[in-house]
Design a protein around this ligand. Structure first.
Ligand code: CMP
Ligand code: CMP
Length: 222
């Protein structure tokens, strides 16, 4: 479908079938397999966004049906908004330690799915016991985590968050209610990912998320 180094004319959305994405990092070496594409996913946006040659090759693994969006449509419908979002979130996403191990390309793709939120000091972002459908990262401000261990007991302060921290992963990973409440100590700016985007884009970080979860247990043993 796409050969690395060619001029790009279209973005593609996979309707059915599977494709491979390969990138040649050094001439005369074997290409590296970057990822597979499945129905619902899209590729070929980079060269249209940045007027650059195709950054990787995409080859069909099975018979595929694809939808194509040409450069003119892309420029009219998607380009400006997508570039603005990526520029706006690029430096912030680099500061989130959780995302350090992510491929820079995939980290940038996160920007496409982020939503911004503003909260005032004193407001609750998440309440213990509520259902959860969002994962949050802190763009600016300070928050406190409050947890009720046994029903009827007063909530205890168990953690603090600042810029670059994240929360709200437990309810999404385990399909359980929110395990603590999160209250803003200052005015706060957050970005969120919905449950489906979180699982798709941050699912591969499962190990890190689970390792970081140990800090909650450490507190519980105190
Ligand atoms: P484009 O450069 O137009 O064509 C190749 C496509 O491969 C690119 O757009 C992206 O959609 C996709 N791709 C997937 N992973 C990567 C990656 N790590 N680096 C560059 N392109 C990638
Ligand atoms: P979630 O349960 O979805 O919503 C509340 C969040 O608070 C939780 O995910 C964690 O991200 C975060 N949290 C911080 N400290 C604790 C703790 N001690 N126990 C449970 N959750 C915590």
């Amino acid at each position: 479908m796409i050969k690395q180094g060619d001029d790009g004319g279209e973005l593609y959305i996979v309707d059915s079938g599977e494709l491979d994405c390969m990138k040649l990092f050094k001439p005369n070496k074997d290409p590296t397999h970057l990822k597979d594409y499945h129905p619902g996913e899209s590729f070929g946006e980079l060269s249209l966004l940045y007027n650059a040659p195709r950054a990787a090759s995409i080859q069909a693994k099975t018979e595929c049906t694809l939808w194509a969006l040409d450069r003119e449509c892309f420029n009219n419908i998607v380009k400006d908004a997508a570039i603005k979002r990526r520029d706006r979130y690029e430096s912030f996403l680099k500061k989130v330690e959780l995302l350090d191990t992510m491929d820079p390309y995939e980290r940038m793709q996160l920007a496409d799915g982020l939503q911004s939120h503003k909260f005032k000091a004193g407001e609750y972002v998440v309440k213990q016991g509520d259902p959860g459908d969002k994962f949050f990262m802190v763009e600016e401000g300070n928050l406190v985590v409050l947890k009720v261990d046994k029903p009827g007991e007063a909530p205890k302060e168990v953690y603090n968050y600042k810029e670059g921290d994240y929360f709200g992963e437990l309810a999404l990973l385990k399909n359980i209610p929110r395990q603590a409440s999160i209250q803003c100590k200052t005015d706060v700016r957050l970005v969120s990912l919905d449950k489906e985007s979180f699982k798709r884009m941050l699912g591969p970080l499962d190990d890190i998320l689970k390792r970081n979860e140990a800090r909650y247990q450490k507190y519980a043993q105190k």
